[in-house]
Every structure is written in structure tokens, then in C-alpha cells.
Design a binder for this molecule. Structure first.
Ligand code: APR
Ligand code: PHB
Length: 389
């Protein structure tokens, strides 16, 4: 065999899996469609569950995160002028870490370079075969040349649009989906955060989120119709809209500045079962997508990788197949709980076009219940900081 595990996709899931396997003495090759610069340009979420923080440390990529990440003890959920503080630390004893996915990916590339792992960028036409045979075969094109790798296992970490999930026969896959009738317009701006903790704001004008990357860099979002284009949103229009959606006390502190990135992402819940097919294992966005409302996307990719790296090491080092046999069920059990949480947060925090008075009352009552019940806040906090692996 050419290598033990071929990993399709050099995003956070693929890189972290490779790093953990390499540290345990398992050999990998990573195949990534884009350039490294392109992977590192994508702005994604920025909240790490503590389990994610611990696994990154264990993978030997914790140093810069420790130095530059900002631990957060809580966040705010607001509905017009009702502001509910969710005290993660007080309610669960745990925190989350503000540290961008781009930085995590950067640290993983550096660590993989230091390991000497082969990462092919610009691969095209990836085809996976032999999943029921004695070895798997991954064929692809690199710099115009046809290439072929044989391996014991293939990890499909190639995101929602990747080929890995499609390599499982269609009739054997079950897919579940909710597409929400709005998107999030996000901007990055070199300004101080409007608040020291995140604010998830539901207002009569729609949802807004005040997040951050550091003391001098903010990431702010507003809910927009799916038909909107980035070009429809000048910086001025963004700031006006954002300002009127966040609570008045916060709006007073808002510092505006030029945007250095602006993009619109649609909101979707999606899951595909099973996550294993013969010698192929899916992890991260390749198997499931959540709306960003609960900050679960990256964290779910990491919990998949936690289960998968253990399973592959047990099999390849000790011939113990229990982990790989149980992988799909184990990963999906956690995935579905995070899917539920992200969906519920999305329903609680957004206005739906054409919604009736009943829907609005349900949303308001959910928020009022949160304000009045420590049990309700604890439930939210427990999910937000991350369910145990
Ligand atoms: N061949 C090789 N690589 C591919 C292919 C393919 N056919 N298709 C996609 N890829 C690559 C993409 O270019 C991307 O770099 O796979 C990678 C998948 O990375 P992500 O989409 O970042 O997915 P994942 O690693 O699962 O990360 C989890 O958490 O915050 C969320 O969606 C966000 O990216 C985030 C995700
Ligand atoms: C972000 O900082 O980009 C972010 C934070 C929390 C979310 C989603 C996105 O729920």
C-alpha cells in the first residue's frame, strides 16, 4: 500500500485528523483541491468549544491559540430590549475560546509541514474505489498527470461539495435537510468589539450577531433575504442596519470602520447517514452542515475527528475494529444533538418572512423563559459550550 490513510480535503477536519494520526505513527497523505492560500482566505466561524481547545492542545497545535485566543465566560441573547446573560462559567464551570477557524487551519498547516506530511494542493478529479476490497484506491489528477494511491482507509473530509459522500451508493445514503429562508451577511472590520461578550440579537428588523476575533478585530453579521447580493450592501448600509438591530446600550458603544471582508452565507441544516461505507469514513462538513447560529460547524468537525482518530489508531495499531465499526453511530449521536441545538437557536433568534403572530409569540416566550429560568439557561449553556464526547 502507498500509505495507510488518504485524507480528501485539507480543511480543519482533514488537517486535524492527519495531525493526530501522524503523532500516533499512522502515515497519511492529504489531497486538497484548492491552493493553501485559498483555504486560508476563507473566513469562517470563531468560537471553539473547550473540547475542541483540548483536542487542539493534544494535537500539539495549542501554543498560538493559548497566547492569542480569548476565553469567554458567557454571551448575551437579546429580544428587542430584553437582554439575557448566559453565564457559561457559572452554569457549567466551562468556557469557550474565541479563536478564528482561519487561525486554527493556519496552525495545523504549520504543524503538518513540521511533520513532513505530504499535502497535495490543486488535485482534481478525485475518484475513490475499492471500498469493499482488500485495499482502497484513490485516483486523481495532479498538475495534469493521472495519479493513484492505494491505502487501508480513506477519510472524506472534503466539505459539503466534496466527492467522498457521493462515493457512498445513493440508495444506501439517507439525507436530511432544512433550508432556511434567509442568509447571514458578515463583515470583518478593524474596530474594537461593541461588547466584551458575544451578543445574539433578535430585533424587529431581524437578527444580528456581534462577534469578534480579537480586541481590535470584529466579526458582525445581519440576517438578510436570500435574494440579497454583497454588492447591495455598502458599509454604510451595513452599519446602519447592524446598529438598529443590537440593543440600545450596545449601539451607543458601536465603533464603525471600513469592512475588510464581506460575504453572505445561506443557512442550512443537513445530515447524511451513514458516516462510514466500507473503507471510507466521512468527517465534518462532508457529512453534515449546521446553521452558524450555535457556532457548531467547526466543533462538530472536531468531535468527528476525535472519534475517528481513535478508531483508526485502534484498528491500524492494534487490529481492534470496534472503533471503526461503531464510528458512524457514535459520531451521529453527537451530530444530531448539535443539529437540534443549532436549529432551535435559529428558530428562536430569527424573524421568518410572513410569519404570523403565533410564531412571534412562541419566539418571545422562549426568550422570556430563558430570562426567568436558570434551568433553561443552563440547558442552553451546556449545549453552547459543547456536549461531552
Ligand atoms: N477534492 C479535494 N479536496 C476537496 C474536494 C475534492 N473533490 N472538494 C472539497 N475539497 C476541499 C475544500 O477545498 C476544503 O478545503 O475540502 C476542504 C473541506 O474543508 P471545509 O469545507 O472547511 O470542511 P471541514 O474541514 O469539514 O471543516 C468544518 O466547520 O465552521 C464550519 O463549514 C465550516 O469549514 C468549516 C467546517
Ligand atoms: C463568528 O465569530 O464568526 C461567529 C460566532 C458565533 C456564531 C457564528 C459565527 O454563532
Amino acid at each position: 500500500m502507498d500509505t495507510q490513510v488518504v485524507i480528501i480535503g485539507g480543511g480543519p477536519a482533514g488537517l486535524l485528523l492527519s495531525q493526530l494520526l501522524n503523532r500516533a505513527g499512522v502515515e497519511t497523505v492529504i489531497l486538497e483541491r484548492s491552493t493553501r492560500a485559498h483555504v486560508l482566505e476563507r473566513i469562517r466561524a470563531g468560537i471553539l468549544e473547550w473540547g475542541t481547545v483540548e483536542l487542539l492542545r493534544e494535537a500539539g497545535v495549542g501554543a498560538r491559540m493559548e497566547a492569542e485566543g480569548i476565553p469567554h465566560d458567557g454571551c448575551y441573547m437579546t429580544d428587542s430590549d430584553l437582554m439575557v446573560h448566559i453565564d457559561f462559567k457559572g452554569l457549567t464551570g466551562k468556557q469557550v475560546m474565541v479563536y478564528g477557524q482561519t487561525e486554527v487551519t493556519h496552525d495545523l498547516y504549520d504543524a503538518q509541514d513540521a511533520m513532513g506530511t505530504i499535502i497535495h494542493h490543486g488535485v482534481e478529479d478525485v475518484r475513490i474505489t475499492g471500498l469493499d476490497d482488500a485495499q482502497a484506491v484513490v485516483e486523481f489528477t495532479l498538475n495534469g498527470e493521472a495519479r493513484r494511491l492505494t491505502c487501508a482507509y480513506v477519510a472524506g473530509c472534503d466539505g459539503f461539495h466534496g466527492v467522498s459522500r457521493q462515493s457512498i451508493p445513493k440508495e444506501k445514503r439517507q439525507e436530511f435537510e432544512r433550508v432556511y429562508p434567509f442568509g447571514w451577511l458578515g463583515i470583518l472590520s478593524r474596530t474594537p468589539p461593541v461588547n466584551d461578550e458575544l451578543i445574539y440579537a433578535n430585533s424587529p428588523h431581524g437578527f444580528a450577531l456581534a462577534s469578534m476575533r480579537s480586541e481590535t478585530l470584529v466579526r458582525y453579521y445581519v440576517q438578510v433575504p436570500l435574494t440579497d447580493k454583497v454588492e447591495d450592501w455598502s458599509d454604510d448600509r451595513f452599519w446602519t442596519e447592524f446598529r438598529r438591530r443590537i440593543p440600545a446600550q450596545a449601539a451607543e458603544r458601536l465603533v464603525k470602520g471600513p469592512s475588510i471582508e464581506k460575504s453572505i452565507a445561506p443557512l442550512r441544516s443537513f445530515a447524511s447517514e451513514p458516516m462510514r461505507w466500507g473503507r471510507l469514513f466521512l468527517a465534518g462538513d462532508a457529512a453534515h452542515i449546521v446553521p452558524p447560529t450555535g457556532a457548531k460547524g467547526l466543533n462538530l468537525a472536531v468531535s468527528d475527528v476525535f472519534y475517528l482518530h481513535q478508531a483508526l489508531i485502534d484498528m491500524l495499531k492494534r487490529g481492534d475494529a470496534r472503533g471503526i465499526d461503531g464510528y458512524s453511530q457514535r459520531a451521529l449521536a453527537r451530530v444530531w444533538k448539535a443539529m437540534r441545538f443549532s436549529w432551535q437557536m435559529t428558530m428562536m433568534l430569527h424573524r421568518f418572512d410572513g410569519e404570523d403572530g403565533f410564531a412571534a409569540q412562541m419566539r418571545r416566550a422562549t426568550m422570556a423563559h430563558l430570562a426567568g429560568s436558570e434551568t433553561a439557561r443552563k440547558d442552553l449553556a451546556e449545549n453552547y459550550i459543547g456536549l461531552p464526547y
